[in-house]
Design a protein around this ligand. Sequence first.
Ligand SMILES: NC(=O)c1ccc[n+]([C@@H]2O[C@H](COP(=O)([O-])OP(=O)(O)OC[C@H]3O[C@@H](n4cnc5c(N)ncnc54)[C@H](O)[C@@H]3O)[C@@H](O)[C@H]2O)c1
Length: 165
Amino acid sequence: MRLEGKVAIVTGGGIGIGRSVCQLLAREGAKVTVTDVSENDAMQAVEDIKRPGGTAECWHLDVTKEIELKNTFAEIEAELQRIDVLANNAGISGVDRPAHEITEAEWDQLTAVNVKGVFICAKDVIPHLKKGGGVSIISLSSIYGLVGVRNSMDRWLNHHGSRCT
Ligand SMILES: NC(=O)c1ccc[n+]([C@@H]2O[C@H](COP(=O)([O-])OP(=O)(O)OC[C@H]3O[C@@H](n4cnc5c(N)ncnc54)[C@H](O)[C@@H]3O)[C@@H](O)[C@H]2O)c1
């Protein structure tokens, strides 16, 4: 129960790794705020936490919309009196096509969620975190933030009857 009395916000907490992060935070005693663009998934994640006795609620939150997330953080603090943890989990892998076939709109969406979203969530939660002590921002990343994805191009080349040299 290392997080007893703490309030934790998880972005993209409706499914996948985010939902598991929500469950772990709840098992450690945190009041978990599951946020996601998919309200149905967020509601399901909340049910999964409440069933064994955890505390959670869900909010719609698109990490690419700064006004929406500022309002949401303010509403969460007003309702739960504090914010102690932000888990920046929301992320998308983008389209599985070679670079020269990716559109500007697809690139903009990828960077809006994975880069801008992580930054503005952290930036806008800091004023809330500064009111407490022992606070954390956790940001998930990927090995593919460090290296290229050879398999993606290989799949395309195999399909077109050619190979990387
Ligand atoms: N799954 C992996 O193998 C893996 C590996 C390395 C890193 N990661 C990272 O871990 C995180 C979670 O990955 P996952 O596999 O569980 O993803 P997932 O696709 O299973 O879940 C992502 C969640 O984020 C939500 N989301 C998408 N866009 C959003 C937005 N604009 N605002 C708010 N929520 C949004 C989705 O609705 C979904 O609930 C991501 O940041 C991903 O880059 C995953």
